[in-house]
Design a protein around this ligand. Structure first.
Ligand SMILES: *Cc1c(COP(=O)(O)O)cnc(C)c1O
Ligand code: SF4
Length: 334
């Protein structure tokens, strides 16, 4: 763990913490006492998709351990530069599903609003590492067309705020966005897909709690991949989300070298439940260029599911799914 004094200066408001996030691979390696020889590869990989990790998350990593499951999710490595057949820039065909700028309406009843291109952390395995955000989210009034499309389509019962990560927006921006949404009668639920509380628990401040409480049946889907991510500070942030009236669920990605063992998955579900969060999905990796070294074959994933299914109560077993271009929903992997 990183000594608290090393980073106490970053502990004011969440915006200041976010601005102080580590973006230089040399700083991350030094903070964790890792071999500087890793730097050239880290810099090359970061040139394509930049390093970004808040100190709060770094403090939960073990010093001197290159195989730390949290570090592996964020450290740029040379393996990202390998061209691997089958790993492509747009594995989900999102460019095609995207007729109204900023709105992805692929599944019945649910529409996903791309609220921002930014994230509080850059996860090396993310399919969005190649997604052309700049085209999505430019200019003033950028959500108007998407909101108008939602208002015009009575089949949309649920609006999912996604991105990027919606919780990098200020509470004021979020309020302005949902002030329009709550006037649309057929939208019964608002869901937020976010990893920000996980890497920056201070993001769940009083203003955010008030905003969530103002939404219709709020659902927050967070993204934790390993039990070591859940410390007391994060558990307290989850408790604040629940106190706002939100249903809090978790989605994870099955990642080689991070959580691809039955022990890690059982520990994750157990730690989530201890923190008041239920597992929702366990995703097979999207086959995006640069992430092949995280891939866990479907056969191995099924074996893991059988194993954890025999060790956990049913409600702590996430659904194993993959995303397929053109499918009517997440595809269960049985
Ligand atoms: C994942 C996703 C949803 C939500 O799917 P659920 O199965 O309801 O969680 C909705 N729209 C898009 C485009 C998605 O990728
Ligand atoms: S969209 Fe989610 S998984 Fe991808 S980089 Fe942002 S926080 Fe990480």
């Amino acid at each position: 763990m990183i000594p608290a004094e090393l980073s106490s200066r970053h502990r004011s408001s969440w915006q200041a913490e976010l601005a102080a996030a580590i973006t230089d691979p040399a700083e991350l390696l030094a903070a964790l006492a890792l071999d500087p020889a890793l730097l050239p590869a880290a810099r090359s990989a970061a040139a394509g998709f930049r390093l970004r990790v808040p100190w709060s998350y770094v403090r939960r990593m073990r010093r001197g351990d290159l195989h730390d499951p949290l570090l592996r999710q964020v450290l740029p490595v040379g393996a990202e530069l390998a061209e691997v057949p089958g790993f492509v820039a747009d594995p989900l065909g999102e460019r095609a599903a995207n007729r109204v700028p900023g709105l992805l309406h692929k599944y019945r009843g649910r529409a996903l609003l791309v609220t921002t291109g930014a994230c509080a952390v850059h996860c090396r395995y993310c399919f969005r590492r190649e997604f052309p955000y700049a085209e999505q989210v430019s200019g003033e009034g950028r959500w108007d067309a998407a909101i108008a499309a939602i208002a015009a389509d009575r089949s949309i019962e649920e609006v999912i705020l996604s991105g990027g990560d919606p919780l990098v927006l200020s509470n004021a921006r979020l309020g302005a966005l949902t002030a329009q949404l709550v006037t649309i009668g057929h939208v019964r639920r608002v869901r937020v897909h976010t990893r920000t509380p996980v890497v920056l628990p201070s993001r769940v401040d009083d203003g955010l709690v008030q905003w969530l409480a103002s939404l219709r049946r709020p659902v927050v889907v967070v993204h934790v991949n390993h039990a070591q991510e859940i410390d007391a500070e994060l558990a307290a942030a989850f408790a604040r989300l629940r106190a706002a009236g939100a249903t809090v669920l978790n989605q994870s990605v099955l990642l080689a070298g991070v959580n691809d063992s039955a022990g890690a998955l059982v520990a994750l579900s157990t730690a989530l439940h201890d923190a008041g969060v239920l597992p929702y999905y366990l995703h097979l990796l999207d086959r995006v260029r640069g992430a092949a070294h995280f891939d866990v074959p479907a056969e191995r994933a099924r074996a893991l599911m059988r194993d954890i299914g025999a060790r956990l109560p049913g409600y702590l077993v996430p659904r194993l799914v993959r995303e397929e271009a053109g499918a009517p929903g997440k595809t269960p992997v049985l």
